[in-house]
Unconditional design. Structure first.
Length: 115
């Protein structure tokens, strides 16, 4: 049976909104909340809450730059669910990243190599 078209898809996805926000930050540490929200499909307030939760759990580090925040992903940490805990965040993000990290920002040394 062929997969359904976009208009016939159920309202769930394989990744959570937390994973989507983490992915947006991984791809662009300077992304603003207002840029992340429409990409994820949630409100700006929801993105703020998710960023706070990810930071509180240690998956993000926040640095204040002028009036903005810059986030860095602690990609060496394990995924949270017991079924996935054997893999690092970097593996998931590298697998699903739509584009390389922002220009001028080298990938962290802890990011796994392809090969």
């Amino acid at each position: 049976m062929p997969p359904k078209t976009d208009s016939a898809l159920p309202p769930w996805t394989f990744l959570t909104n937390h994973a989507h926000v983490l992915l947006c930050v991984w791809e662009d540490a300077d992304a603003r909340v207002r840029d992340i929200a429409p990409r994820v499909g949630v409100t700006e307030r929801a993105v703020q809450r998710i960023l706070q939760e990810l930071e509180a759990a240690g998956y993000l580090q926040r640095q204040r730059v002028g009036r903005r925040n810059r986030y860095s992903v602690r990609a060496e940490l394990p995924l949270r669910h017991p079924l996935e805990r054997h893999e690092r965040i970097a593996v998931l993000l590298s697998l699903v990243a739509a584009r390389p990290r922002a220009p001028g920002r080298p990938a962290p040394a802890r990011r796994p190599s392809r090969g």
